[in-house]
Design a protein. Structure first.
Lengths: 235, 416
């Protein structure tokens, strides 16, 4: 009898404890990264797929190392965009890393490429630069670093697909004018420094027309050798 | 043989004692340095004296002021470009009197009007710590102040009006804990730099201490610490206050904007006793205030239209986190009902939060804070004004409606 009473008391206590825990959880936000990064979603989409605003990039599926570098650069103000600088200013490294991992691990489908507003000739020039570069002007092909499928390489080289022409040309412009910089050797700034405004328009337009590859995931580190040193992709 | 042994033994004893004495001296020294580091955190020296991506305490951070841009100085122990030549006396005098060792006047962006309250012992500990960090050779950048503010002699006028030199004097009628809190809040914490109103001359009068004001150049409102209608903590529990100061979040509210910086760089490092002392003092200085004047500059019809639109916007965009009754899910999703920072006379902070969103600081106690999304791109000026008017007046909140013009003006407020 005593044992049974004790047992039922124990059950009641346990139930009460579970109840308390449930109540606690019900009154708390979900303990997930998705809930923690809701501040990112008005501009980057619920899963980092991007939004209708052409200047806000897709984050989903980019290499975590690349995303982390961008978060660090926005936090320190090296990469300037006040709404981002403001949001990240007081967040610690491990949290930024977790955010980067979260968006790197999301794989919403790539959007249908938008029809281009530029002429066929311009698109052809963009394709030529992106796939072959222009050795006479020391411009390497985009694919030589961003990969044959333009899906990027772990850990630091981003894929270039699923982005709108306006965003790509704004970023290439920022590299050209030195308002966007990265760790030395700043490979992207070196490349962009050789581009003309017409090159930027052409490359951005062509990249934005690319359909999703069969496998949009960034390739593993070391899959191919880079043509030159890059601070964002240490050996 | 025996005597040789005993000599050797004696020598050993002497050596050991000498070594112990040295250890002790070193131990004492490292205690002072550790204490100095702790106090430098309490003073939040790094917020100004370390530039983004810069070396610790090497200065060079731009400080925009209404009078031009100041650049903070190198306070590493570098002999040529830092404070390597300063003695402990020099350091104390600078902190205490707001003058460089050569007598030169310091611009009051450096909170010497607060630091003057710091004791000699604490000043010496901070000095010992700053001697122990890595020296960085980095020349100070000249200030870029507009005429006539580039004339340092003007500081004399400011000092006459607003500076009273002197260490903190404990109030014998109050507890030791209250006095410790007062020392930290009024001294190293230099809370008054933001939480006291600043007049056109860039000063604060003693009688207005901690009464709140708009922070120049940042366009955030630093609420009054004395009025329970603002950030007065009179009806907060001590635990809610210490949670807010140490972790950035609490059951009553969350810090964002400039206060997130303070928690991130300074307050999260304070020990439980000091945090509690600050809480006791802050709770103590809050004065019950008369009920708010429920007057609005907006015509009644416009207000009621705004508030009705505001409810629609709220239910669509805000209620999923903050609850249909503004109850939130504290501490991470703050309550809006009975939240002083929503209701207070200045609507600058709630408007800015809706426009820009924000993250509380990542702290030891809350390393992965939840963020508020920015709505600047999703909502029109009218919708922003409507939803802010709604949360300021719903659920028994006693704030006043705001206009679309106020919302629009804050779209261009600086974000960093």
């Amino acid at each position: 009898m005593f044992a049974r009473t004790a047992a039922s008391v124990a059950v009641i206590i346990t139930l009460a404890a579970i109840d308390g825990a449930a109540a606690q959880t019900a009154n708390q936000p979900p303990d997930t990264m998705a809930a923690r990064v809701e501040a990112c979603t008005p501009c980057h989409g619920n899963k980092g797929e991007g939004t209708s605003d052409v200047y806000f990039p897709r984050l989903a599926g980019k290499p975590a190392g690349y995303l982390y570098n961008q978060l660090l650069a926005f936090r320190s103000g090296r990469r300037k965009y006040p709404p981002m600088n403001y949001l990240l200013e007081f967040l610690p490294d491990p949290y930024l890393e977790a955010m980067a991992e979260y968006f790197a691990g999301e794989h919403p489908p790539l959007p249908q490429p938008a029809p281009s507003e530029v002429s066929k000739e311009v698109l052809a020039q963009g394709e030529l630069l992106a796939t072959s570069g222009d050795a006479s002007r020391s411009i390497p092909a985009c694919v030589s670093c961003h990969g044959p499928a333009l899906a990027g390489m772990q850990p630091g080289i981003p894929g270039l697909l699923g982005l709108r022409a306006a965003y790509i040309s704004a970023q290439l412009g920022a590299w050209r004018y030195g308002t966007r910089t990265a760790k030395s050797p700043d490979c992207m700034q070196l490349v962009a420094g050789h581009l003309t405004e017409a090159d930027v328009t052409a490359v951005a337009a062509w990249l934005a027309t690319r359909p999703a590859p069969a496998n949009p995931a960034p390739v593993p580190k070391g899959t191919y050798a880079l043509p030159f040193g890059c601070g964002s992709q240490p050996n | 043989m025996g005597s040789k042994l005993s000599i050797a033994f004696l020598a050993l004893v002497v050596l050991t004692t000498a070594a112990q004495a040295q250890d002790k001296a070193q131990g004492k020294n490292s205690d002072i340095i550790a204490r100095g580091e702790y106090l430098a955190r309490a003073g939040d020296c790094t917020a100004c004296h370390t530039a983004p991506e810069g070396r610790l305490f090497a200065g060079g951070r731009a400080m925009p002021t209404p009078f031009g841009t100041l650049y903070t100085s190198n306070i590493t122990p570098d002999t040529d470009t830092g404070i390597g030549k300063w003695s402990a006396d020099d350091f104390y005098k600078t902190m205490h009197s707001g003058r460089f060792p050569d007598g030169g006047l310091i611009y009051p962006a450096m909170p010497f009007a607060s630091y003057t309250k710091v004791t000699r012992a604490d000043s010496d500990a901070i000095y010992a710590y700053l001697r122990a960090i890595a020296p960085v050779s980095q020349k100070n950048k000249p200030h870029e102040l507009r005429f006539p503010y580039d004339n340092r002699q003007l500081i004399l006028g400011w000092r006459t009006l607003f500076f009273s030199e002197g260490e903190f004097k404990p109030d014998p009628k109050k507890s030791a804990e209250w006095n410790r809190g007062a020392y930290l809040v009024e001294g190293l914490g230099h809370c008054g730099m933001c939480h006291s109103p600043i007049n056109a001359l860039g000063g604060t009068s003693q009688s207005d201490a901690f009464k709140g004001g708009l922070i120049p150049m940042q366009n955030w409102y630093a609420p009054s610490l004395t009025s329970n209608r603002e950030a007065g903590l009179g009806d907060w529990s001590i635990k809610d206050i210490t949670d807010l100061l140490q972790t950035g979040v609490s059951m009553r509210g969350v810090v964002y904007g400039p206060m997130a910086e303070v928690v991130h760089n300074s307050l999260q490092y304070l020990n439980d006793e000091d945090t509690r002392a600050m809480a006791v003092y802050l709770k103590g200085i809050a004065e019950p205030s008369p009920p708010p004047p429920a007057s609005s500059t907006l015509p009644t019809t416009e207000s009621s239209l705004l508030i009705s639109l505001g409810k629609t916007v709220y239910d669509k965009h805000c209620a999923s986190c903050h609850g249909t009754q503004g109850e939130g899910k504290p501490p991470h999703w703050p309550p809006l009902a009975n939240n002083q920072s929503i209701e207070m006379q200045s609507a600058v902070n709630p408007i800015r939060m809706v426009l820009n969103g924000g993250y509380p600081p990542g702290t030891k106690g809350n390393p992965m804070p939840y963020g508020m999304p920015p709505f600047a791109g999703l909502l029109s000026d009218n919708e922003i004004a409507a939803v802010v008017s709604y949360i300021r007046t719903a659920w028994g909140n006693r704030g006043t409606p705001v206009s679309a013009r106020e919302a629009n003006e804050l779209r261009s407020a600086p974000l960093n």
